[in-house]
Design a protein around this ligand. Structure first.
Ligand code: 5GP
Length: 188
C-alpha cells in the first residue's frame, strides 16, 4: 500500500533491536484518514472471505480494527491484556511480548467468540508472530473459524509469517519491512 509505505519512510523511526516506532500516526497519535484507507485496503484484500466479526488485541489494533468493522458493518472484539474479574466464560492464553520481553496472559469472553464466528484478525505489527499465535489459540479454543489475519506492518526479518503459514493461516500485510539495519528502513 503505497500511501502507507511513504508515510512509514517519512515519519517512522528505527530503534535498536529491530523496533520501528510509528507513534506519530499509528501507535500513539493516530491519523484516522490513513487508518480509514488502511481499513479499505484490508477489506479489498479479504473481499473473497466470508467474515462476520473483526477481532483485534489491545491497544494498538483497536483503531484499525474499528475502522474495518465500521465500513463492513460488523462487530469488533478486542482481546484483553488484563483479566477483568467480571468476565464471563473467559478463554485465555499466554503470549510472549517481544517489545516488553515478558510473558503475559491475554483473554477474551467465549460470549463474543463463538463457533458461529468467521474471524478477520487485525493488528498493527507482525514481528515474531507470538501475539498472532496466541490469538489463533483463543480462536481454536472458542470453536470459531479464522478467515485471515491482516497486519498494517510486517517486519519480515523477524519471520512471524512462517509459523502462521505452517498452520495454514492466511496473512495479508500492507507494508513489509525487509530490514531496519543501521537504522535504515528498507520496505519491500
Ligand atoms: P509479535 O508477537 O509478532 O512478535 O509482535 C506483535 C506485537 O508486538 C504487536 O501487536 C505490536 O504491538 C508489538 N510490536 C512488535 N514489533 C513492534 C515494533 O517494531 N514497533 C511497535 N511499535 N510495536 C511492535
Amino acid at each position: 500500500m503505497e500511501l502507507l509505505k511513504q508515510r512509514i519512510l517519512q515519519d517512522g523511526k528505527c530503534y535498536p533491536g529491530g523496533i520501528l516506532k510509528v507513534d506519530s500516526f499509528i501507535n500513539h497519535q493516530m491519523d484516522p484518514m490513513l487508518l480509514y484507507k488502511v481499513a479499505e485496503e484490508f477489506i479489498y484484500r479479504f473481499r473473497d472471505a466470508n467474515i462476520n466479526k473483526i477481532v483485534t488485541i489491545e491497544a494498538s489494533g483497536i483503531a484499525p480494527a474499528i475502522m474495518v468493522g465500521y465500513i463492513m458493518h460488523l462487530p469488533v472484539v478486542f482481546i484483553k491484556k488484563k483479566q477483568p474479574k467480571t468476565m464471563e466464560n473467559m478463554l485465555s492464553t499466554v503470549v510472549h511480548s517481544f517489545t516488553k520481553d515478558r510473558d503475559y496472559t491475554v483473554c477474551i469472553s467465549n460470549n463474543f467468540l463463538t463457533p458461529d464466528d468467521h474471524i478477520l484478525f487485525i493488528d498493527d505489527f507482525l514481528a515474531y508472530g507470538n501475539a498472532a499465535l496466541g490469538v489463533l489459540d483463543l480462536i481454536n479454543q472458542s470453536g470459531a473459524v479464522l478467515e485471515g489475519m491482516g497486519f498494517i506492518i510486517e517486519k519480515a526479518f523477524q519471520k512471524g509469517r512462517l509459523p502462521l503459514k505452517e498452520v495454514g493461516v492466511r496473512v495479508e500485510s500492507l507494508a513489509i519491512i525487509d530490514s531496519l539495519e543501521d537504522c535504515t528502513i528498507t520496505i519491500r
